[in-house]
Design a binder for this molecule. Structure first.
Ligand SMILES: *Cc1c(COP(=O)(O)O)cnc(C)c1O
Length: 469
């Protein structure tokens, strides 16, 4: 195959996701022949730095030798087996390890992020039904939240571009104000704004708790909203309010889980007791989250201090970006409510590839890398260094709301012309950078293996683009 050949054949045969296909009359597809670390390489050898981790999934680079070796080993043992009535080593080990890391358990598997959302919503609803509260059928989510695009997940998503067309298909859900600090009043700190949003959540739950099954949130970072970041105090308040009003808290960590925000799971940064002093942020211009206090391997300590959701949805980085896999973990009381002589009280939900052995093995290899390389710790040092390297961007006159949390950097571009996202994307490709702005928000979400030199290329390439468009 060569570049030209594959482009024409792809346009004839493949319906590409999240794409108006007609735009490809003028915007060429990017053919990829192979991957190597943070680089994607086309058939002519042209290289692209994957600064979006291939849609937020890749953690340790493309064709990671350790994950490859684990998969090759698994391939000669067992590729897949039905998980109803059967079990296997990778799924058991993965469930045990996710449970140790999160303090939750009873791992239920799906194939994509959206299927994890569907599972959590159905489980919450079914829990209340089993618990004799069948009137609790409603869900509440955050304004601008994103939880996937199947019909149930889209019902709790609040992104007009994805949702409006399908509105007649969707079940109404309620949205409460998002604590995204970009929405704060001038002069209002992220913490104060988060508290104001928590008051709005309280008002909603006071009125609607009797028919509300769960609140679903993206902890700390609303990805599809354009990397909207918020103060952990909101999560602490949300947990307390959900307890007070008997509503489940679903943590959708599909994008932010597995170290992306600086801790293994983002909700670990929300403590059950208020943090003693206000966090120091540079509010006037940028948002620098403090380096997290806790890391992987400190599961017990984390759980003593952090809030815990009732459901935890995981996907994306779970397999290091190799294979589709998602998981929902929950609490003992939820599990108990389904455990019964009556079949219909059980959770009769399944996907054909539930708990796929290869995908679970890739996830185990990914967790091994976290442990063996002390990734959470190492990323802290990287984050500090990268923040320094990004200083010229933060200081650029067209850059607004520069912000960072863990391994995510984002900013808005002032005076962005219509079509900005596409033009920026094309300009990035010309410079060997894969960047996909969301509206006028440019973000970096690189694989954790990105090196200093590579990060500098990302910053200087982005500055060049800003100067030229
Ligand atoms: C990507 C994403 C989803 C959906 O995952 P898919 O694998 O694309 O179905 C759900 N929630 C959040 C927060 C996401 O970022």
């Amino acid at each position: 195959m060569n570049n030209q050949d594959i482009l024409a054949r792809s346009l004839r045969a493949v319906w590409h996701p999240c794409t108006q296909m007609k735009q490809h009359e003028t915007l060429p597809l990017v053919p990829i022949a192979r991957g190597e670390g943070v680089w994607l390489v086309d058939f002519d050898g042209k290289r692209y730095l994957d600064a979006v981790s291939s849609w937020w999934v890749n953690l340790f680079g493309h064709c990671n030798p350790r994950i490859n070796a684990a998969l090759k080993d698994q391939l000669d043992r067992l590729e897949h087996v039905i998980l109803a009535g059967f079990t296997h080593q990778p799924v058991v080990e993965l469930s045990e390890r996710l449970s140790r890391l999160s303090g939750l358990g009873h791992c239920f598997y799906g194939s994509d992020g959206a299927s994890a959302t569907e599972i959590a919503l159905k489980m919450s609803f079914h829990y209340w039904r089993n618990a004799g509260r069948p009137q609790k059928t409603r869900f509440v989510s955050l304004q601008n939240g994103y939880h996937g695009e199947t019909v149930g997940a889209l019902s709790v998503t609040d992104v007009a571009l994805f949702k409006d067309t399908y509105a007649p298909l969707l079940r109404p859900s309620a949205q409460v104000p998002s604590p995204d600090w970009r929405l704060a009043e001038a002069g209002e700190s992220a913490r104060d704004y988060a508290l104001r949003c928590a008051v709005a959540l309280r008002a909603h739950l006071e009125r609607h708790h009797a028919e509300t099954a769960a609140l679903i949130v993206e902890p700390l970072v609303q990805g599809a909203a354009g990397m909207g970041m918020y103060d952990p105090e909101y999560l602490r308040q949300a947990r307390a309010l959900c307890d007070e009003f008997e509503v489940h808290l679903i943590a959708d960590e599909i994008a932010v889980g597995f170290g992306r925000t600086g801790t293994m799971f983002a909700w670990e940064q929300a403590f059950a007791a208020p943090s003693p002093q206000p966090l120091s942020h540079k509010w006037e211009r940028g948002y620098h989250s403090p380096l997290p206090l806790v890391g992987e391997g400190q599961g017990e300590r984390v759980r003593e201090r952090a809030i815990t959701p009732d459901f935890l949805c995981l996907s994306k980085g779970i397999t290091g970006g190799y294979l589709p896999l998602s998981a929902v973990l929950t609490t003992e009381p939820v599990y108990r409510a389904f455990y019964h002589d009556e079949t219909a009280r059980g959770f009769l939900h399944s996907h054909s590839y539930t708990g796929n052995a290869l995908a679970c093995r890739a996830a185990l290899a990914t967790l091994d890398i976290f442990e063996q390389d002390g990734v959470i710790e190492a990323n802290r040092a990287k984050t500090a260094f990268f923040n320094q390297a990004a200083a010229p961007l933060e200081a650029h006159p067209r850059v607004k709301n520069f912000r960072n949390r863990g391994m995510i950097w984002a900013f808005e571009v002032a005076d962005a012309a219509p079509g900005f996202a596409r033009q920026f994307f094309e300009a990035g490709l010309q410079r060997g950078l894969l960047l996909r702005p969301i509206g006028n928000t440019v973000y970096f979400m690189p694989p954790y293996v990105i090196g200093e030199e590579e990060f500098r290329m990302l910053v200087s390439g982005t500055l060049e683009i800003l100067e030229n468009m």
